[in-house]
Design a protein around this ligand. Structure first.
Ligand SMILES: Nc1ncnc2c1ncn2[C@@H]1O[C@H](COP(=O)(O)OP(=O)(O)OP(=O)(O)O)[C@@H](O)[C@H]1O
Ligand SMILES: CC(=O)N[C@H]1[C@@H]2OC[C@@H](O2)[C@@H](O)[C@@H]1O[C@H](C)C(=O)O
Length: 402
């Protein structure tokens, strides 16, 4: 037997595995690295975060990614170069963290690498009948395996597409395994660049589980903060938006986009929610001279209302009163006080953060990918039924160090 297969076989049989989960999200802020111990699999999974770090991307890295990120037309060679380069950069970041944490690569069983999303084009976005849903994450797993010496599982989203999904959101798998609680209706709401939520019914019936993206969460706020204040990368603590007033005409125009009319579930990215999306609405409303604070207030309100309306879709589909839903927030948007204030006003549910469930909210997505890798080697027995775009498959490609 090949020694790598034999090593993997041993890892698959362990009671507890050390898995390093990696997530670099669409807001391009950096690489989240979570070192976890994962015991068991499926509904018997338990996870503990041993170490967590976000390694910020330098301006150089951000600029190189932006050359291809969510663009229809790109320099093809640049994409190929980036695929290798990001694999190497992520490996260096991992090796630095392991050194800092005083952990040898031999102690880590697996790396779960999401990669950097550069394009997400579900069918409703590209609208080309003969082509399927498409999504592309780069930063090749072979580089990570070779440079760290650790078996690496990567490129999780392709299998989801192959099995009929849109390639996102994937959070549902880990949310279900980790956070489902009998007797409590839970909404796991992540507010990163894009918002998404998983509904975990009190029955724990996997067939009732639901997941969808909601639309922009921080993406548009970040883009226009940077546009008006090039030295800032986001509206910290909503300091700018809090000084503005929501422009109702602009808000209505932004919300009239087809994405918000399309039925749930759905997934999306900056391919739609970008500078031009807002600019064309501003032109249409004759509001090109709107103040930065009014625009950021309106964009923050857009996130709050569209997240709340998406969650109401699930609430209305059950006969359960909204007051009986518990919303657990995670992602950077949890730190935006205006967004959270409006959400709590719009939704009469009980609000918490994922920290209250023992998972640091900033680390949640990296942990979820560690769980996907755990299922790939040792589990994979979930069944979400066929109805709602959640294929019951294991995901990821396996790269060996040598
Ligand atoms: N104190 C704060 N005030 C306001 N916004 C904040 C604050 N802290 C973080 N954010 C927002 O959170 C964003 C980063 O969130 P996060 O890291 O969850 O996104 P991501 O994982 O890259 O995105 P995605 O989950 O869509 O891939 C920042 O760009 C910023 O907009
Ligand atoms: C294609 C892609 O990278 N999508 C991300 C993005 O960030 C949030 C939202 O859009 C979600 O669909 C997804 O990430 C999370 C981890 C997911 O798949 O659940």
């Amino acid at each position: 037997m090949n020694k790598n297969i034999s090593a993997l076989y041993t890892i698959a049989q362990k009671e507890t595995r050390k898995i390093l989960g990696l997530m670099s999200g669409t807001s391009l802020d950096g690489l989240d690295i979570a070192l976890c111990t994962v015991s068991g699999s499926g509904e018997n999974t338990n996870v503990k975060i041993l170490e967590f770090e976000t390694i910020s991307y330098s301006e150089d890295i951000k600029n190189e990614i932006r050359k291809v990120f969510a663009q229809k037309t790109i320099d093809f060679q640049h994409l190929a170069l980036l695929n290798e380069w990001i694999g190497i950069l992520h490996s260096d970041m991992i090796n630095d963290c392991l050194k800092k944490w005083n952990i040898s690569s031999n102690e880590v069983d697996l790396i779960a690498s999401h990669g950097q999303t550069v394009l997400h084009a579900p069918k409703f976005l590209h609208q080309q009948e003969k082509f399927p849903n498409a999504t592309l994450q780069i930063g090749d797993g072979d580089h990570i395996a070779v440079k760290t010496g650790i078996i690496t599982i990567s490129d999780f989203r392709q299998k989801h597409v192959a099995a009929g999904g849109e390639g996102a959101p994937l959070a549902v798998y880990g949310d279900y395994l980790l956070f489902g609680k009998k007797g409590e209706n839970r909404i796991m709401l992540n507010m990163g660049g894009i918002g998404n939520y998983t509904y975990l019914p009190a029955s724990l019936n996997a067939e009732e589980v639901f997941v969808t993206d909601t639309g922009t969460a921080n993406t548009l706020i970040d883009i226009f903060t940077k546009h008006y204040f090039p030295e800032k990368s986001y509206d910290k603590d909503a300091e700018i938006a809090q000084q503005g007033t929501v422009n109702q005409e602009l808000l209505n125009e932004l919300k009239s986009d087809d994405f918000f009319q399309k039925s749930f579930p759905k997934s999306i990215g900056q391919e739609l929610f970008n500078f031009d999306f807002v600019q064309s609405a501003l032109v249409k409303c004759g509001l090109e001279n709107i103040s930065a604070s009014d625009l950021l207030a309106t964009l923050t309100r857009l996130s709050a209302e569209t997240i709340a309306e998406a969650i109401y879709f699930t609430i209305k589909n059950t006969s359960i009163p909204a007051e009986d839903f518990h919303i657990y927030m995670s992602g950077g948007g949890t730190n935006n006080p205006l967004l959270v204030k409006w959400l709590t006003e719009l939704l009469p549910c009980q609000f918490h953060t994922s920290d209250d469930l023992g998972i640091l909210s900033d680390a949640k997505e990296a942990v979820l990918f560690a769980l996907l890798a755990n299922e790939t080697v040792s589990g994979g027995d979930y069944n979400f039924g066929n109805s709602k775009g959640i294929p019951s498959v294991t995901m990821g490609k396996i790269s060996f160090p040598d």
